[in-house]
Design a binder for this molecule. Structure first.
Ligand code: CP
Length: 303
């Protein structure tokens, strides 16, 4: 595999291979080892056209821990602002002997377009409303670490499904590993064609029903910046009907895991006490993101 562009195109075996490799990478992190030679003689560039804290930082930490040469391209101060195209930027990185480009872009499909036009491996760090494969991989890793496996687990993904690349990648990835997914959103935030090709998928408008008996509940950020018109009556009403609250989560399994990809909006899609509760895995997700991204960087540069 040259690139990692999404989970839709991967099979269960390929996903499991990444997760198994991430288990080994996590052992390195647990032992507080911050220098290995897995990526010695490799160079990694991060090219983020959209804001990021978690994804960008954890890729950069992963690359540095494994001994790569890292270039963190400040898009706002780069020649992109002088009109340089995505392909020309990619070819420039090729000419600088870059082995891996991690890209985040507001346009769905931009990483795929870049991958076809550069020699470097391309990793999708989130493209528009399409996919965010490493986020879903770290979500799956976190669930498997706690529950042993995803097979047969009931996973409720609740919130702004329409704009969520995290929801799409998790839908593809978790369903391939045997989880039963329920997607829950108000009608205006649920795409009609989502998951047509996914087995064991439920679409639910009522969040209390979606949560009932769930082993895993994932909240999604309300992406107001991607909304072109009023898709919800008010943030307060959204919180009442779709927010993750202690009361709502009482309907879930007693050992329910609460996940959120971050950044979180407290009091909007998740209440502060839920985000900070013992069964919230939000910080563990961030930590596991480094192990998963180490695994992806290692696997793509092995040949
Ligand atoms: N989950 C996620 O993609 O977070 P960032 O936008 O901070 O990278």
């Amino acid at each position: 595999m040259k690139d990692l562009l999404g989970l839709r195109g991967l099979d269960a075996h390929e996903i499991e291979n990444i997760l198994t490799t991430a288990v080994e990478m996590k052992k390195i992190l647990v032992n507080n080892v911050k220098k290995t030679n897995h990526l010695s003689n490799k160079s990694v560039a991060t090219l983020f056209y959209e804001n990021s804290t978690r994804t960008r930082t954890s890729f950069e930490i992963a690359a540095k821990f494994m001994g790569a040469v890292l270039s963190s391209i400040p898009v706002a101060q780069s020649s992109v602002r002088k009109g340089e195209t995505l392909i020309d930027t990619g070819k420039t990185l090729d000419a600088l002997a870059t082995d891996v480009i991690v890209i985040r872009h507001e346009v769905s499909g931009a990483p795929h377009f870049l991958a076809k036009n550069v020699k470097a491996s391309v990793i999708n760090g989130g493209d528009g409303m399409n996919e965010h494969p490493t986020q879903a991989l770290l979500d799956m890793f976190t669930v498997a670490e706690e529950k042993g496996s995803l097979k047969g687990l009931k996973v409720a993904i609740i919130g702004d499904v329409k704009h969520s690349r995290v929801a799409r990648s998790n839908l593809w990835g978790m369903s391939k590993l045997g989880a039963e997914i329920t997607l829950c959103a108000p009608g205006t935030l649920m795409p009609k064609d989502i998951g047509l090709a996914v087995k064991n998928l439920k679409i639910e408008k009522n969040a209390d029903e979606a949560v009932r008996g769930a082993d895993v509940v994932m909240g999604l950020r309300l992406q107001l910046e991607r909304m072109t018109s009023g898709l919800i009556p008010s943030v307060g009403e959204y919180n009442e009907f779709y927010g993750l609250s202690e009361k709502r989560l009482k309907g879930a399994d007693k050992d329910v895991m609460v996940l959120h990809p971050g950044p979180i909006n407290r009091g909007v899609e998740i209440d502060g006490d839920v985000a900070d509760a013992k069964n919230s895995f939000i910080e563990r997700q961030v930590t596991n993101g480094v192990a998963v991204r180490m695994a992806v960087l290692f696997l793509l540069t092995r040949s």
